[in-house]
Design a protein around this ligand. Structure first.
Ligand code: PHE
Length: 339
């Protein structure tokens, strides 16, 4: 008898069908009032005492297996597209999905790309692990040049030729090596400097550098381009260029935007001066053009670089740069509505 029940269990386990009627007759056969299970239960009283335990356990197993089989076959059939159409049950309540947010760095980067693309700049990218040539030497920073100290470099292992790029000027070198003027390109990306981490500075951050090379490009073109940029991004059109030094540009300047002194925050951000420094710029040094295979007699150009993190902090009033890389969802969620 017990063996017979076990055969039924095996049969139930194997059973499958795609028809509702077949499921129903299967149910009746095993679980119906006059079904096999009730027959077996009725048999229970005739079973010798020493077998009762095993017999009981076996029919219970058959019952459970049959019930489970009926339930799974039924729900599988309910969910088939033939029953519910390709959209499923449209009356079921929807599931709330948690929408992600763009990172503030990406928002600002995209805004800047958008502004420069309107005046004909394309986007170029390059590797974060660079060689000495593209990060330094081609940019008029030969070995032992003191200005190399300005950029506290992370070297990869002990090879002094391989490093984490300290600026995206390296991308501009690659671009000039591979493209002929006229060139109008911006290079966004992450850069690395071995600096102490604080609320104001991090050992990695993001830059966008721009490069414009053509015949007769002048400093006035540079100023006009930067002014267009600050007007579009901040709504502030007054800028000033303070003389400065970069090995790869001559003359070079620091770019300040007149932020104003209307609110208390303006005083804090501009340290009471009303002016805010946003980056560096200059006319590309002829040596750099030559290093990249461009005729410096025929062509001239300008370059500039701004820090994306600082601009994001300014626009969103973020007071600690570390928040930008800590991936705290409570912080990131706040940018949901931004773009
Ligand atoms: N590469 C410079 C820096 O990272 C910025 C810069 C770019 C300055 C282009 C002038 C021209 O500090």
């Amino acid at each position: 008898m017990i063996d017979k029940i076990k055969e039924h269990i095996a049969e139930v386990e194997k059973f499958t069908t795609e028809s509702k009627e077949a499921v129903e007759s299967f149910r009746i056969k095993y679980l119906g009032k006059k079904g096999l299970l009730n027959d077996f239960f009725a048999e229970f009283k005739n079973v010798p005492n020493e077998q009762k335990k095993e017999f009981g356990q076996t029919i219970n197993k058959l019952k459970k297996t049959a019930e489970e089989k009926v339930n799974t076959l039924k729900s599988a059939l309910d969910n088939t597209t033939a029953e519910t159409g390709i959209y499923g049950d449209l009356t079921r309540p929807g599931e709330a999905t948690n929408i992600g947010a763009r990172h503030p760095i990406s928002i600002v980067k995209n805004q800047i790309i958008d502004i420069f693309s309107r005046i004909g700049f394309n986007v170029s990218e390059g590797p974060e692990i660079e060689d000495d040539w593209h990060n330094f030497t081609a940019l008029n920073l030969p070995e032992y040049h003191p200005a190399r100290d300005m950029q506290d470099t992370f070297f990869v292992q002990t090879n002094p030729d391989i490093l984490l790029r300290t600026h995206t000027s390296s991308v501009q070198v690659r671009y000039m090596e591979n493209n002929k003027p006229p060139i109008r390109t911006i290079s966004p990306g992450r850069v690395y400097r071995n600096e102490a981490i604080s609320a104001r500075s991090h050992c990695f951050f993001h830059q966008i550098e721009g490069l414009y090379i053509d015949k007769n490009v002048s400093f006035a073109d540079l100023k006009q381009t930067l002014q267009f940029f600050t007007t579009e991004l901040f709504g502030k059109s007054k800028i000033r260029l303070r003389p400065s030094y970069f090995p790869f540009t001559e003359p070079s300047a620091e770019v300040d935007v007149y932020w104003g002194l209307e609110t208390e925050a303006d005083y804090r951000i501009t340290k009471g001066t009303g002016w805010l420094e946003i980056g560096g710029c200059g006319m590309v040094d002829p040596n750099v053009l030559k290093n990249c295979g461009i005729d410096a007699e025929e062509y001239s150009g300008f370059a500039f670089g701004v820090g994306i993190d600082r601009i994001a902090m300014l626009l969103y009033q973020i007071t600690d740069i570390r928040l930008l890389s800590e991936n705290d969802v409570r912080f990131l969620e706040q940018f949901k509505s931004a773009l």
